[in-house]
Write a new protein. Sequence first.
Length: 344
Amino acid sequence: MHATVMFGAGDVHIETVPDARLVRPTDALVVVTRAAICGSDLWPYKTMEYSETGRRMGHEAIGVVEAVGGDVRSVRVGNLVVMPFAYSDGTCVFCREGLHTSCIHGGFFGTVDIPGAQAEAVRVPQADGTLFVLPVGADDALMPSLLTLSDVMGTGHHAAVVAKVGSGKVVAVVGDGAVGLCGVIAARRLGAEQIIILGRHPDRIALAREFGATDVVSERGDEAVERVRELTGGLGVHAVLECVGLEQSMRTALGIARPGGAVGRVGVPQDETLPASQPAFYNNVTVGGGPAPCRAYIEELLPDVLEGLIEPGRVFDRVVRLDEVPDGYRAMNEREAIKVLIEF
Ligand SMILES: [Zn+2]
């Protein structure tokens, strides 16, 4: 079969690889019908050291179950399924607490252990706990929005939940990538009164406004902090969704949180230390977040997608075939595209 392999920074190819197959009795084999390139795929695209074997990329997909192992009970051959970016058994202590990304028997797609989903087929471990059967046909017009339940919509929602967004809250979203834009959707959905997006790309800002952003701050650093304070009567915001992961974005997030506020961070941190620890301490700011348990959120978000109440699929502004995926990486890396959908 054909699959996306990254060999080093900027070095992505479609290669012929051994067919995906069942390995364990809890596995399912899924033929991919839609996949996506993620903003987090751009970190290795910028920095990965050359590897002769490469890394099989991709962790967001919808597909049709082609085969299941002997222990799989809730997923059947022929089901149309969405897979979250992490696999999980759905039964361990952390899964029962809704934190599927810490599953004791879990892990992540697109890693050394589990080859990625930017491929014609993918092996899905812990199929019963991982896969969610979709109640629509494979050509449904909602497919782009359903695909965001794999990652970006669930991740934006997670940031909002951790930041304690609720009715009447003043919210800021740091970052105007696909996750930040989904964070705007999530904040509005959870009842935020004012939603300030921090970003500077006109196409993304325009989409953020359509999703419910009420204010835009395009400054950076101290100027951004000052501008948010102006917009909030000098107080800062109740809830910050940090959707970038850089030192500067985290510093900004902590700088705009009001005393007693909360920061939900979902941008993969590129530093080992947390900046602005002292202001966060003196302001009693809660800092939380991490890999979103997207599997836990599908039940909650799916009805709104099916009813058209939210349209996170609009973050996809380019569609490619599998053989065009390398150019999809380039386009996202050069900010020519917000997010790339792969159709098979
Ligand atoms: Zn688990």
